[in-house]
Design a protein around this ligand. Structure first.
Ligand code: S3P
Length: 430
């Protein structure tokens, strides 16, 4: 589907976000592992969380709905079933990597499949530790999905220092560890999103330079009865859209404010954006609040590579903010972007190229020479079937002089099905 996005004079109004994608997927998987009933409020209707939900049903979870809440009857760790067919993870790396940990731990044989994008993403990072723990994984060319997982040998505990700051990898190993008599530990030196340790209430030893998280069969799996907050990564599009539009004022309600996820807030504030947080509260184990963003004059920023894991999914839209900022901004240490739903450094470059931006692509990031007065006539954007590239291109289109086009715009539904409606709701045309 090609989406035509006309320029906006400004953006005003209130937005209700889609539920958090990472938390929704964990709620489904952890409810499967909990022996008993979880009541999950505000579960995401987006494609990735729905793929995960179908997978956990194939593994034995019983899912019904009551008054807008999902009632998930888990199997417990001992009761996970061998699925009748393939487990289809769709576009979701989180589903494939976290479920691989569960299957390897449980010793349940299954085949994990995904779409073309997911089948092109390396799984070596999870195959190595899971094989060390005793699993056997057959992967296409040794590295790619489809993955066939089984385990005949005993489950071995592992002490695993994360070679990359990845929450999917951390969660995968911890989930396998939850099935072991002896504790498995994951050592993290750069913080990545911590939803897994929060929602499972895992033991964490935190020192100045590292965090050690442990998991074993003796850990009780808490029931997953909570209301999922709105997705900060979805809020990011409105935070930037509001900051770069003259006289914009957007209220984003019920935003997840997990500190391992929201580095973009500090970055935008450093750039001079007018961002206010109100009604801070806890939703279960996760912090949430409302955010108001207003149009501001932005200045360039250099992103500290250490905080890249805390804003990894927001980098495509951050590049748009950088384009409309005074001076030269840099993103470096973000090589991991090349292994997302598409090679996002390449895709971000193509997006910037489409509007004639002044920038340089690096192996691990981008250098963007911004200008608050930057203008372009109109553009034809490729989204590379990547939801975040499609949505970042849409926000950029709002700043054109004429209507722009975005190819494969339906990909937004991977995380944010109502995105195109929301953009029209906020638009001020005259
Ligand atoms: C996710 C972790 C991140 C993130 C992805 C969701 C998660 O991936 O980019 O969108 O839910 O754990 P990596 O762990 O590969 O960095």
């Amino acid at each position: 589907m090609i989406k035509h996005v006309a320029p906006a004079l400004s953006l005003k109004g209130e937005i209700t976000l889609p539920p958090d994608k990472s938390i929704s997927q964990r709620a489904a998987i952890f409810s499967l592992l909990h022996e008993g009933v979880s009541e999950v409020g505000n579960y995401s209707a987006a494609q990735d969380p729905q793929s995960t939900l179908r997978c956990v049903q194939h593994l034995g979870a019983k899912v019904t709905e009551n008054a807008g809440r999902l009632i998930i009857e888990g199997t417990g760790r001992k009761g996970i079933k061998t699925p009748d067919g393939d487990l289809d993870c769709g576009n979701s790396g989180t589903a494939m990597r976290l479920l691989s940990g569960v299957l390897a731990g449980a010793g349940v044989s299954a085949k994990l499949v995904g779409d073309e994008s997911l089948c092109g993403r390396t799984m070596t990072r999870i195959i190595n530790p899971l094989e060390e723990m005793g699993a056997h994984i057959l992967a296409r060319n040794g590295a790619y999905a489809p993955l066939f997982i089984n385990r005949n040998d005993a489950l071995k505990p592992l002490s695993f220092e994360l070679p990359i700051p990845s929450a999917q990898l951390k969660s995968c190993v911890l989930l396998a560890g939850l099935f072991g008599e002896e504790p498995t530990e994951v050592i993290e030196t750069l913080p990545s999103r911590d939803h897994t340790e929060r929602l499972l209430n895992l033991d964490q030893k935190i020192t100045t330079d590292r965090k050690i998280i442990t998991a074993s069969l003796t850990d009780e799996i808490p029931n997953q009865s909570y209301i999922i907050p709105g997705d900060f990564s979805a809020a990011a599009f409105w935070l930037v859209a509001g900051a770069i539009q003259k006289d914009a004022e957007i209220l984003i309600t019920n935003v997840g404010l997990n500190p391992t996820r929201n580095a973009l807030l500090d970055i935008l504030r450093d750039m001079g954006a007018d961002v206010t947080i109100e009604n801070e509260r806890m939703e279960g184990a996760e912090p949430a609040g409302d955010i108001i963003v207003k149009g501001s004059d932005l200045k360039a920023v250099e992103i500290d590579p250490k905080i890249i894991p805390n804003c990894i999914d927001e980098l495509p839209i951050l590049a748009v903010a950088m384009l409309f900022s005074e001076g030269t901004s840099t993103i470096s240490g973000a090589e991991e972007l090349r292994h997302k739903e598409t090679d996002r450094i390449m895709a971000m470059s193509k997006m910037l190229e489409a509007v004639g931006a002044n920038f340089e692509e690096q192996e691990d990031g981008l250098i963007i020479h911004g200008d608050p007065e930057f203008t372009f006539k109109s553009a034809k954007f490729e989204s590379f079937h990547d939801h975040r590239i499609a949505m970042a291109s849409a926000v950029l289109s709002l700043k054109g002089e004429k209507t722009s086009q975005i190819k494969d715009a339906e990909s937004a539904a991977v995380s944010y099905p109502s995105f195109w409606g929301d953009i029209d709701q906020l638009r001020v045309e005259s």
